[in-house]
Design a protein around this ligand. Structure first.
Ligand code: ME8
Length: 663
């Protein structure tokens, strides 16, 4: 049996997953379901990258050990994947025992083969990306995430990347399909052609990592460690799983975001060549989901929360939207408008409506069981549709094989629009009570049902839950996940099947009410009433402060000045009195991407226990300062109603994710 090994990146566990991580994993899930339908023995690997300084620091700021943080956030990833019905075959954690063995072994092999030597690293390093930056006198910003880099000077083992320049260029030339899309290939070729420097592959100032097998005080560079996860995830390093490793390696495709293409198409093949292991067939770098035209990222805090999407729209609608909305490889701006539009028009109208009107007519005309007609009158219209089905399957496969998901969906929707037109033009509802039209009626309804059956199979990798509902309504006994594309041809499969319960699979959404729920209405407070810590208050133009400042003589600022202030939603994790003061509380606040300590003068308004769990507004980009000898990193927003009244925290009357920006 042909095998197909597909991987997602192993995600950092310093924060919760967002739509970007969900995207790559959904694509991998969809592709592996599709490959199974093509008859492949598939292994789909995902997992978590748990070592390194970024994790060490995140754990430190939350007052937990890196292992505790890793355990918590790995669970968040697993939970989310199960909520999205993502069916991976293997989940590798870089803290798994056999992964330690695998990473040490690869490091040792590269060393034994003469590709690793000891030296000293002096240069700049981006902690969030774990990327070495180019030489400069003052700290350059990271070329991937644009954040400031930090100085690192320490003893290090170096990997002789420079020795692989020609071999890599040769690889890109001989295997033009190795880097995808092709425009990324050119970027990588330019990078490699401009000269490769040896790469530092161990750290002594970091302890949270896999020890270098040659020396006790070094840990393996986190990218070297994490990339080996693609091997250990299928058994490398575990003597009992050698067969599995041999069966699936080399991987057919590593799916990654464009941010990490260099690690996968330059460093990774070089590490493998150095260790004498075959290189994967393909690396595919997709684009970014943007929010307000900038990359959605944990550190920027402009992320779309996948749980919120699930709650409001369901997993299948999100799967469909992300695959249909942007062509795979390009960037795309996330918008609720576009999402709701796709759900209502494509899913509810074009597909959902076709299913329910066809099956309702079948049940009205023939009862619960499909007729087994042998004398259908196949005319030109039906023959044309049959031809369209054959072409649709062909193009769908061609596009899916190229990972052109949006195009594959487009061809299915072309077919759906033709069937919808066929039904509308033939008006079968007018024939229900006419005995003389019985065969004609059966022909129309069975033609439409047959197309629904085929489309349901083709869509099942993208909409697994909804397609299985449609399948049950069709009443076909054979399991949906046992369907094979090469066996998918026109035939009277539903004849004799008994319909399941006919229910709408994609209910239409009311855009206004859903946007209102997502964004939340502005509440009002008369400003006179003292607000207790349990109540919520939202800012409104009717509050006294707003009235007072409504006069024309206030010093107005420009919008550019306002946008310099980065306000974010935070949630209080813990609160305690600062010793020796009546007014100050020391808070630990979850800002979505990180936890921060903030010292706030609100002890007289709020009891510590009333604050825990509260959503508040934080000035995110305020310079850190010391208060009573304690670091305070940010400021809370609160209103003071009168001169001697205690401050009241600004909070929210609707659910809002931690880290969301206020604009
Ligand atoms: O880079 N749009 O982990 P990571 C689309 N641990 N995809 C996005 C995205 C966005 N806005 N943001 C993130 C790491 N992604 C390393 C990987 S692999 C051996 C080690 C997706 O948690 C995309 O796939 O920063 C991107 O490459 C990945 O998440 C980065 O995840």
């Amino acid at each position: 049996m042909k095998t197909f090994y597909i991987t997602t990146p192993l995600y950092y566990i310093n924060a919760q997953p967002h739509l970007g991580h969900t995207y790559t994993t959904l694509v991998a899930d969809c592709l592996s379901r599709y490959k199974r339908m093509q008859g492949y023995d598939v292994c789909f690997l995902t997992g978590t990258d748990e070592h390194g300084q970024n994790i060490e620091r995140a754990a430190d700021s939350q007052g937990v050990s890196p292992q505790v943080l890793a355990n918590q956030n790995t669970e968040a990833y697993r939970r989310l994947w199960s909520q999205f019905d993502i069916k991976y075959d293997s989940f590798i954690r870089t803290t798994d025992d056999h992964h330690y063995a695998a990473a040490s072994q690869i490091f040792k092999r590269a060393f034994d083969n003469g590709y690793i030597y000891k030296g000293e690293y002096a240069g700049w390093y981006c902690i969030p990306c774990n990327l070495f930056a180019s030489e400069a006198d003052i700290a350059p910003n990271c070329e991937v995430c644009n954040r400031p880099t930090e100085r690192v000077v320490e003893e290090s083992y170096f990997f002789k990347l420079s020795a692989f320049q020609d071999r890599l260029l040769d690889l890109y030339q001989k295997k033009p399909d190795f880097i995808n899309p092709s425009f990324r290939r050119n970027e990588v070729i330019n990078f490699v052609s401009s000269g490769l420097k040896d790469l530092s592959v161990s750290r002594t100032s970091v302890t949270w990592g896999i020890p270098v097998p040659l020396s006790g005080n070094h840990v393996i560079y986190v990218w070297f460690d994490a990339l080996v996860g693609y091997l250990s995830g299928i058994g490398f390093g575990d003597p009992k799983r050698q067969e599995e490793f041999k069966k699936f390696w080399p991987a057919q495709v590593h799916l990654v975001g464009k941010d990490i293409i260099r690690f996968h198409s330059v460093y990774w093949p070089a590490f493998l060549l150095a260790a004498g292991i075959e290189i994967p067939f393909k690396v595919y770098a997709h684009g970014w989901w943007l929010q307000d035209e900038t990359k959605m990222s944990k550190s920027r805090g402009n992320v779309v929360d996948p749980i919120q999407l699930l709650d409001h729209f369901g997993g299948d609608a999100i799967r469909y939207f992300v695959l249909r909305e942007i062509s795979f490889g390009a960037d795309g701006n996330f918008s609720y408008d576009a999402l709701i539009q796709r759900i209502n028009s494509d899913l509810a109208n074009d597909f959902g409506n076709l299913v329910s009107r066809t099956l309702k007519l079948v049940s009205k005309a023939f009862g619960k069981t499909f007729p087994e007609f042998s004398d259908l009158v196949i005319a030109d219209k039906e023959r044309e549709l049959q031809g369209q089905v054959t072409l649709t399957i062909k193009y769908y496969e061609e596009y899916m094989n190229k990972l052109a998901f949006s195009k594959a969906l487009e061809v299915i929707w072309n077919l759906l629009s033709q069937v919808n037109k066929y039904i509308t033009d033939s008006a079968p509802w007018k024939m229900i009570d006419d005995e003389s039209q019985r065969t004609h009626l059966a022909t129309i309804l069975l033609t439409s049902t047959e197309i629904i059956r085929i489309v349901t199979v083709l869509l099942s990798p993208i909409l697994p839950g909804s397609c299985s509902k449609v399948w049950n309504q069709l009443g076909i006994q054979e399991k949906l996940d046992k369907q094979r594309i090469d066996k998918l041809e026109w035939g009277n499969v539903v004849g004799g099947c008994t319909l399941g319960k006919i229910e709408p699979v994609f209910p239409r959404l009311d855009k206004k009410s859903i946007i209102k729920k997502l964004v939340g209405p502005l509440g009002a407070n008369d400003g006179k009433k003292k607000i207790t810590s349990g109540e919520k208050v939202t800012m409104s133009k009717d509050t006294p402060l707003a009235k007072e400042s409504g006069s024309s003589d206030i010093a107005r600022i420009k919008i550019e000045d306002f946008t310099k202030i980065d306000l974010r939603v935070g949630q209080v994790i813990s609160a305690e009195k600062v010793k020796g003061t009546d007014r100050l509380l020391k808070l630990l606040v979850d800002l979505g991407t990180e936890n921060r300590q903030i010292i706030a003068g609100i002890a007289q308004s709020y009891k510590e226990e009333d604050l825990v769990g509260k959503k508040i507004v934080v000035v995110f980009n305020l310079q850190p300062r010391k208060m009573r000898g304690l670091d305070s990193n940010g400021m809370l927003l609160a209103a003071s109603i009168g001169e001697d009244e205690n401050p009241v925290l600004a909070t929210f009357s609707e659910e809002v994710p931690n880290g969301a920006r206020l604009k």
